[in-house]
Design a protein around this ligand. Structure first.
Ligand SMILES: CC(C)(COP(=O)(O)OP(=O)(O)OC[C@H]1O[C@@H](n2cnc3c(N)ncnc32)[C@H](O)[C@@H]1OP(=O)(O)O)[C@@H](O)C(=O)NCCC(=O)NCCS
Length: 263
């Protein structure tokens, strides 16, 4: 039953004069006993995760924490240089996460989450599902999200490390197996290697941990926010303030100077 419009309800957490409760557990009991990764998976899935899931999530968050001067940190640093509050500078950087940069895990995740129940029910194989996923994006004239990398054409070095840990911690599951089948299918369709990138691995492993595909981008923007906060501080304290693009890097190719028509 849905709540009425003027009522708020949540199954996540609640607090009163004496205690805060997360998914039924007393927060004071959790503090000091569970890691941030375990507590977040508790919020996100409703249950405390198996220890291997939390260990892998922690490793995933470290792998996303910071990548130096990239679109999100450039936005954060621009905003910080303009004197915005630190949280506004971080929020701006997070908003740079989109379908092409930093957010591809969601689009791939939606497809994987749609196909895995069908495979489980015996309606098709991973190879067939992978073929449908590649066709789906190609029919839209789009690249398959989660594969290819401008900097690492031979393969994103973070992915084998994450899967080494995912295997060791018992996380790798059906979504990851389908994601690797998509990689094989993409190779066949494009005739070139387009290995799974970090976004693809975050999406597939997040689903293997039981996350809803609509939550997958949080795997990128939650840890990166922590990195962006430090970028904002460095910009405020080490740089001269008010960033702008140098004139020699700007090309104006609109109409030449002209006058308004005479009345
Ligand atoms: C990340 C990305 C922008 C890197 O691009 P790039 O290495 O500069 O590659 P290009 O855009 O120059 O593409 C080179 C060729 O590979 C193809 N290609 C690259 N990534 C592809 C993908 N994910 N799916 C299908 N084809 C892809 C291009 O269509 C192009 O093929 P063509 O020569 O037949 O036209 C690109 O791979 C992409 O958009 N991937 C999907 C989005 C994604 O996962 N983003 C997260 C990145 S961490």
């Amino acid at each position: 039953m849905s709540a009425t419009r003027d009522q708020w309800r949540t199954a996540i957490a609640c607090g009163d004069k004496h205690a805060v409760t997360l998914r039924g557990y007393n927060l004071q009991e959790l503090v000091g006993k569970v890691s941030f990764a375990e507590a977040w998976l508790l919020l996100a899935t409703g249950e405390l995760p198996p220890p291997g899931h939390a260990r892998l999530l922690d490793a995933m968050m470290v792998s996303v924490l910071d990548h130096g001067i990239v679109p999100s940190s450039i936005v954060t640093r621009y905003l910080a240089s303009a004197g915005t509050p630190i949280q506004a500078a971080v929020a701006g950087g997070v908003m740079a996460f989109g379908d092409t940069y930093g957010g591809a895990c969601e689009q791939l995740g939606e497809q994987l989450a749609g196909h895995v129940p069908e495979i489980r029910a015996g309606r098709g194989t991973p190879a067939e599902a992978a073929g449908e996923i590649v066709k789906h994006f190609m029919a839209l004239g789009r690249k398959v999200p989660g594969y290819g990398h401008a900097l690492h054409p031979e393969g994103d070095p973070r992915v084998p490390r994450l899967y080494q840990l995912a295997d060791a911690n018992g996380v790798t599951g059906e979504h990851s197996r389908l994601a690797f089948a998509v990689q094989d299918e993409l190779y066949r369709a494009k005739g070139r290697k387009l290995p799974m990138n970090q976004d693809g691995a975050l999406g597939a492993l997040g689903l293997d941990m039981g996350l809803d595909w609509r939550l997958l981008r949080a795997l990128a923007f939650v840890p990166r926010s922590a990195g962006l906060a430090v970028h904002a501080l460095e910009e405020m304290t080490r740089e001269s303030g008010w960033r702008h693009v140098p004139d020699e890097e700007i090309t104006y190719d609109g109409p030449p100077p002209r006058s308004l028509p005479k009345d």
